[in-house]
Design a protein around this ligand. Structure first.
Ligand code: HT7
Ligand code: ZN
Length: 855
C-alpha cells in the first residue's frame, strides 16, 4: 500500500489562483468543464509537470491557452501535463454519473437532488485538480440544469446572475470572493424550500440565512436556525469573529457519510442534524443539532479563513472547532452537564482508540486513507489539547493567542505548530514541552497520592505519570498535564480555592501548607486533563466527594469511580463494600438542592464498555451480570423514592427549558431503576409513559426500558412505533437502534432479521449506523460467545465496502479491539477480521483498518 508521511510534505509546484467551473447538471449525466489559471511556483523546478488529481475521471477534452492539447498522461487516474511556461490557462472537460456514486464522495444524487462532499479528497471525483488543502483558489461557478428537477441551484459565495435557457433549463452564476481549498467547494441542485431569516453582524452587515429542506420538513428547521443565529453572535462575542459573506446557506440531505460539512457559505448537513420538533426529536437530538450547527459555523474561521496546510494538520481545524462548539454549548445550557457528556464521549470513543491497534497522535505521522483519520482522537482528544492550552494560559491570554492566530494566518493554510506558536507569542508562554501532546499516542495514566503531616499542617500530593502504546507496558512519561485540584475539609467539604498544578515530569510532589486535618483530595476537577487517574482515595472519601464536592464534574466522577471500583471488584472476584454505594446514592437522592438533570447523571451506573476498559481482560457477560445485579439492588432499595421522583417529574406542556428537560431526563432514569427492581407493574408503567408521551424523549425513554423486557407491552409499543413513524426516516432509525441495543438474549437474531427488513438498506449511512452501530455498542450482545455478532459485522463490512468504503471502515474498530477480550471471544473476533482481510477487492479504507488491527 502507498503510505503518505507527514515528513514528506513538499510545497506545491504549481498554484491555481482562480478556477471557473461550468456544470451541465443531470442526475445520471453531468458534464463538468473547468478553466484553471495555473502559475508555476517560483521555488519549483522549471521542468516539473502540472499534476492534477483525478479519481475515476477521463478527460473528454483538454486545452491549454485555448488550443487543443495532447501532451498529457493519465497516471493512476491523475492527469499529468507538461507545460512549457510559468503561467497558462488549462481547460478540461469530464463527464460523470452522480446516480451511481454510492461512496457519497464528490458529486452524488441523494433522492432526487444533487449534492457534493469534497472533504477530504472528493473534489478529484468531480474534476481534475491539485486536490490538496494548501492550494487556495477563487471559484466562479456556472451551473445549469432542468428547471423542474432542479428549481434551486446553490453554490459557494454569492449568486451574481441567473437566467433561463431553452428546453426548460435554467442557470445560476455563483462567485466566491474568498480563496479556498478544493475541499470546501460545494454545489446543490434540487427541489428545495427554505426557512429564511437574517442576521446583522456586529459591524452592521446584513446576512441572509437560509436552511434548505424538502417540502414538508420546513416546520422542523426552527431549532437549527436559532442555533445558527446564536452561534454567529457567540463567535463575535467570544472570539471576535464576524461572518464574511452576505449569504449563509445550509442544506439538509438524507444520504451523508458524516454529520455535516462546512463548505464556504454553503454548509451541507446530514438531515439528522437539522430536522427537529418535540414529536420526532429527543432532547439529545436537539442538543446534537445545536452543537453541529455551531461546529460547522465556527469552521468559517477555524478551518475556512485559516485552513490546514496538509491533512496531517486536520486537528488544527477539527480539535479547535470541537473545543469551540463545546464551549458554545456549555454557554448556551449547563456547563456542568456538557462537560460530563463530553468526557463520556471521550471515554467511550477516544480512550479505547488510544489503547488499541489504531492509536495515533492527534497529528498523525502517516496514513494510507485520510478518511480513516476523522477520528475521536483528532476531534475529541484534539479538543482536549486545546482546552489544556486554554487552562494553562487563562481566558484572557488564550484570547490573545487566538486573535493572533487568526490575524497572522488569515487566508493561509497553516499547521498545528503555527497554532502553538501563536499561543506562545500571543499568550506569552513557553509551550515547548507541551508539544508532546501532538506527537504522542496513548492516554497518560497519572497516579495521585495525598499524604498529611499533622505536626507541620502540610499536605503532600505525589503525582506520577506513565504511558503505554498499543498494549505495551507502561513507561514513565513527561507530558505537560494541567491538573486542577482542591483540598476539601473532611467535615464540611469547604476549601480555600481551586489550584492548578502542572505535572511535567515523570514524578513530582506538591506541598500545601495550612492543612490542620487530613484533607480530601478533589482532583482533575472539570476533567482538566484527558488522563486516566489512579488515586489512592478510599471508598469513604469518594462517597464524601459525591455529596460534597463543589466541582460538578469531580462530584460526578467520584460517584462513577465509587461504582466502577465496586463493579470491577465484583467481576474479578475481590471483596468490596456495596453498602457505601447505596449510602452515597441515598445521600444524593435525599439532597433536595440538587438540580434534577445533575441528579440523573449522578445516579447512573458506568456503562458496561467503560467497566470493560478498566479491566485487563474483558468478559462482557460477567460485567453485564454484575452491573445488572447492582442496578437491581439500587432499584429495590430506593423503589419508593424513585416512584416519588418519577411522579414529581410528570411533564406538563412541552418546553425545551432546562427544568422541563431535567424532568424528562430524571423521569427516564428513575423509570429504568423501577424496571430494574423487577416490580410487577414496570412494563405497564413504561407502556403508559410511551402511550401518553407528547415528546420523543419520553417515548424513546419508555421504549428503551421496554426493549430489554420480555413483556407483551414491548411488542405492542414497538409495533405501534413502527406504524406511526414508518414514513419518517430519522425516527425509523431510532426503531432500528432501540432493538439493536436491547439486552435481550435474542438480540443477535433480531438484528439479523432487521437487516432483512424491507425498510433496511445499506445505501443510507444513517440506517446502517442505526442498526449496526447500535449493535456494536451493545457490549454484551455484540460479544455473544457464539461469535455470530462478529460474523454478521464482517459480512456486512464486506458487502458495504463495495458501495461505501468510508462507512464500512468505521465498523472495523469494534472488531479491532480483539486483544482486550477473553480468549474465546478474542479468537472469534480475530477470525472475523481475517475473513474481511481475505475478501477480494477491498477498498483502501477497509484494508488499512483491517491490516492495522491484525498487525
Ligand atoms: N469537516 C467535515 C468532515 C467531513 C467528512 C470527512 C470525510 C468524509 C465525509 C465527510 N463529511 C464531513 C465535518 C466536520 O468536522 O465539520
Ligand atoms: Zn469539523
Amino acid at each position: 500500500p502507498t503510505i503518505i508521511r507527514r515528513e514528506d510534505y513538499r510545497p506545491p509546484a504549481w498554484f491555481i489562483p482562480s478556477i471557473a467551473l461550468d456544470f451541465q447538471l443531470g442526475l445520471d449525466h453531468t458534464v463538468v468543464h473547468s478553466l484553471l489559471d495555473v502559475r508555476r511556483s517560483k521555488s519549483a523546478k522549471y521542468e516539473e509537470p502540472l499534476l492534477l488529481d483525478g479519481d475515476g475521471l477521463i478527460p473528454t477534452a483538454v486545452k491549454v491557452d485555448g488550443e487543443a492539447w495532447t501532451d498529457w498522461q493519465l497516471i493512476d487516474g491523475n492527469l499529468q501535463l507538461s507545460l512549457p511556461g510559468t503561467a497558462h490557462e488549462v481547460e478540461i472537460t469530464v463527464e460523470i454519473d452522480p446516480s451511481t456514486n454510492t461512496q457519497l464522495m464528490g458529486l452524488y444524487a441523494s433522492q432526487d437532488m444533487l449534492c457534493t462532499q469534497c472533504e477530504a479528497e472528493g473534489f478529484r471525483r468531480i474534476t481534475f485538480f491539485p486536490d490538496r488543502p494548501d492550494i487556495l483558489s477563487r471559484y466562479s461557478v456556472r451551473m445549469e440544469g432542468d428547471k423542474k428537477t432542479f428549481p434551486v441551484l446553490l453554490c459557494n459565495g454569492d449568486k451574481v446572475a441567473e437566467g433561463e435557457v431553452d428546453n426548460g433549463r435554467h442557470w445560476a452564476q455563483w462567485n466566491d470572493p474568498w480563496p479556498k481549498p478544493s475541499y470546501l467547494f460545494a454545489l446543490v441542485a434540487g427541489d428545495l424550500v427554505a426557512n429564511t431569516d437574517s442576521f446583522t453582524t456586529r459591524s452592521g452587515k446584513p446576512v441572509e440565512l437560509n436552511i434548505w429542506v424538502r417540502d414538508g420538513d420546513l416546520p422542523r428547521t426552527g431549532h437549527a436556525m436559532q442555533a445558527l443565529k446564536d452561534s454567529m453572535r457567540w463567535d463575535e462575542e467570544v472570539y471576535g469573529r464576524e461572518y464574511d459573506l452576505g449569504l449563509f446557506n445550509i442544506v439538509a440531505v438524507s444520504d451523508f457519510n458524516m454529520g455535516a460539512m462546512e463548505n464556504k457559505g454553503l454548509n451541507i448537513f446530514n438531515s439528522r442534524y437539522i430536522l427537529a420538533d418535540p414529536e420526532v426529536a429527543t432532547d439529545a437530538d436537539f442538543d446534537g443539532i445545536e452543537g453541529v450547527v455551531a461546529h460547522e459555523y465556527f469552521h468559517n474561521w477555524s478551518g475556512n479563513r485559516v485552513t490546514c496546510r496538509d491533512w496531517f494538520q486536520l486537528s488544527l481545524k477539527e480539535g479547535f472547532t470541537v473545543y469551540r462548539d463545546q464551549s458554545f454549548s456549555a454557554d448556551m445550557g449547563s456547563a456542568a452537564l456538557k462537560r460530563i457528556e463530553d468526557v463520556r464521549i471521550l471515554r467511550a470513543a477516544q480512550f479505547p482508540e488510544d489503547a488499541g491497534p489504531l492509536a495515533h497522535p492527534i497529528r498523525p505521522e502517516s496514513y494510507q486513507e485520510i478518511s480513516n483519520f476523522y477520528t475521536a482522537t483528532v476531534y475529541n482528544k484534539g479538543a482536549e489539547v486545546i482546552r489544556m492550552m486554554a487552562t494553562l494560559l487563562g481566558a484572557e491570554r488564550f484570547r490573545k493567542g487566538t486573535d493572533l492566530y487568526f490575524d497572522r494566518h488569515d487566508g493561509e493554510a497553516a499547521t498545528c505548530e503555527d497554532f502553538v506558536v501563536a499561543m506562545e507569542d500571543g499568550g506569552e508562554i513557553d509551550l515547548g514541552k507541551f508539544r508532546g501532546w501532538y506527537r504522542t499516542p496513548g492516554t497518560p495514566r497519572v497516579s495521585a497520592k495525598l499524604s498529611h503531616n499533622p505536626q507541620t499542617g502540610t499536605a503532600k500530593l505525589d503525582l506520577k505519570q506513565s504511558l503505554s502504546a498499543n498494549g505495551a507496558p507502561q513507561q514513565p512519561s513527561e507530558m505537560v498535564i494541567p491538573i486542577k485540584i482542591a483540598l476539601l475539609d473532611p467535615v464540611t467539604g469547604a476549601h480555600e480555592g481551586e489550584q492548578l498544578v502542572t505535572l511535567d515530569q515523570a514524578a513530582q510532589s506538591f506541598t500545601f501548607e495550612g492543612q490542620k486535618d487530613h484533607p480530601i483530595l478533589s482532583i482533575n476537577r472539570g476533567f482538566s486533563a484527558p488522563i486516566i487517574l489512579e488515586s489512592s482515595r478510599t471508598a469513604e472519601e469518594l462517597a464524601f466527594l459525591s455529596s460534597h464536592d463543589d466541582d460538578p464534574f469531580a462530584r460526578f466522577e467520584a460517584m462513577q469511580q465509587l461504582m466502577a471500583s465496586y463493579l470491577v471488584a465484583q467481576v474479578t472476584g475481590t471483596p468490596a463494600d456495596r453498602d457505601i454505594i447505596l449510602q452515597a446514592i441515598g445521600a444524593v437522592l435525599a439532597d433536595d438542592k440538587i438540580d434534577r438533570a445533575f441528579l440523573a447523571e449522578l445516579i447512573q451506573l458506568p456503562s458496561e464498555a467503560f467497566l470493560g476498559d478498566q479491566m485487563i481482560e474483558v468478559d462482557p457477560q460477567t460485567i453485564h451480570d454484575a452491573r445488572e445485579k447492582l442496578r437491581g439492588k439500587i432499584g429495590v432499595q430506593f423503589e419508593r423514592k424513585f416512584r416519588r421522583l418519577y411522579n414529581q417529574c410528570e411533564p406538563g406542556a412541552f418546553s425545551l427549558d432546562a427544568a422541563a428537560r431535567a424532568d424528562r431526563k430524571l423521569r427516564n432514569v428513575t423509570l429504568g431503576y423501577i424496571a430494574a427492581s423487577q416490580v410487577e407493574d414496570a412494563a405497564a408503567l413504561a407502556f403508559d409513559q410511551y402511550r401518553d408521551a407528547n415528546n420523543m424523549t419520553a417515548m424513546q425513554g419508555a421504549l428503551g426500558v421496554l426493549s430489554h423486557m420480555d413483556a407483551e407491552e414491548r411488542t405492542w409499543a414497538l409495533e405501534d412505533f413502527f406504524k406511526r413513524f414508518k414514513d419518517n426516516a430519522l425516527v425509523l432509525d431510532k426503531w432500528f437502534t432501540l432493538q439493536a441495543m436491547s439486552q435481550r438474549s435474542d438480540t443477535v437474531k433480531r438484528v439479523e432479521r432487521l437487516a432483512n427488513h424491507p425498510e433496511f438498506t445499506l445505501s443510507n449511512p444513517n440506517r446502517v449506523r442505526a442498526l449496526y452501530a447500535g449493535f456494536t455498542n451493545n457490549q454484551v450482545r455484540f460479544h455473544d460467545p457464539s461469535g455470530k455478532g462478529y460474523q454478521m459485522i464482517a459480512d456486512m463490512v464486506i458487502e458495504l465496502d463495495g458501495q461505501n468504503p468510508q462507512t464500512a471502515a468505521r465498523f472495523i474498530p469494534s472488531l479491532g479491539r480483539w486483544r482486550r477480550f477473553e480468549r474465546g471471544r478474542s479468537d472469534l473476533m480475530r477470525l472475523a477480521l481475517e475473513k474481511i482481510a481475505g475478501a477480494p477487492n477491498l477498498s483502501k479504507d477497509v484494508s488499512e483498518q483491517v491490516s492495522k488491527s491484525l498487525a
